[in-house]
Design a protein around this ligand. Structure first.
Ligand code: DC
Length: 223
């Protein structure tokens, strides 16, 4: 087994921004599991499947082959051989991913890929169920969170910076829906693992969260 660091937390807590940088600093690879769920969601959307069609999701997800490669240190997600990185960051795909990831067959499809990556490499893996379910033996586990107001504001600023028109209250509502679904689903819900360190980024800068995270990881792996 490689060195495994598990980072879980709700949407918008800054997991991917921070984990990516920490991975670079430690020389680990960064595995974004949300992107894998998004790739399956994209496949479902493209095939006209609706979020509530659970049986059809079970059937159709079997046709979606998700693989990942690292190009210049960046994770590229392939869906049936197509690089889909440019298509998976939309709100529509994120929302579908949140719904379709409640489906057991979707989760089963990705579990092997995630564990295999962690077995073969030193990884920082982020998601919702990494510390609790995918990598229960990870050497370091961090639960990264922030208040819903802060997470909504960050998302709002991000979209505005991209020149997109958006509404703060609307974003906050969408995040609340996503939290509710991710935390209360039956299979592998978002939870802080018993042995995870809680890190609240509400009042911290990216640099501060990054430093704190590196400290936590080092304290765990140097034991
Ligand atoms: O982290 P993200 O927003 O890209 O993830 C999109 C959705 O995928 C998220 O709302 C829930 C699901 N997901 C999951 O169920 N388990 C993971 N390990 C990662 C993501």
């Amino acid at each position: 087994m490689g060195m495994n660091v598990a980072i879980d937390g709700p949407a918008g807590a800054g997991k991917s921004t921070i984990a990516k940088e920490v991975a670079k600093e430690l020389g680990y690879i960064y595995v974004d599991t949300g992107a894998m769920y998004r790739a399956i969601a994209l496949y479902l959307i493209r095939n006209g499947v609706k979020a509530e069609e659970n049986e059809l999701i079970s059937e159709k997800c079997k046709e979606a082959d998700v693989t990942i490669e690292y190009v210049d240190g960046k994770q590229v997600v392939f869906l049936n051989g197509e690089d889909v990185n440019g298509f998976i960051r939309t709100e529509e795909v994120g929302s579908m991913a949140s719904s379709s990831s409640t489906n057991q067959d979707v989760r089963k499809r990705l579990l092997g890929l995630q564990r295999e990556l962690a077995e073969k490499n030193d990884v920082i893996m982020d998601g919702r169920d990494i510390g609790t379910n995918i990598l229960p033996n990870a050497q370091a586990k961090i639960y990264l969170t922030a208040s819903i107001e802060v997470r909504a504001k960050r998302r709002y600023d991000e979209l505005v910076a991209k020149g997109m028109e958006c509404d703060y209250e609307e974003i906050k509502k969408e995040i609340a829906i996503r939290d509710e679904r991710d935390m209360n689903r039956e299979i592998a819900p978002l939870r802080q693992a018993k042995d995870a360190v809680l890190l609240d980024s509400s009042e911290l800068s990216v640099e501060e969260v990054k430093e704190r995270m590196i400290q936590i990881i080092k304290s765990k792996i140097e034991k």
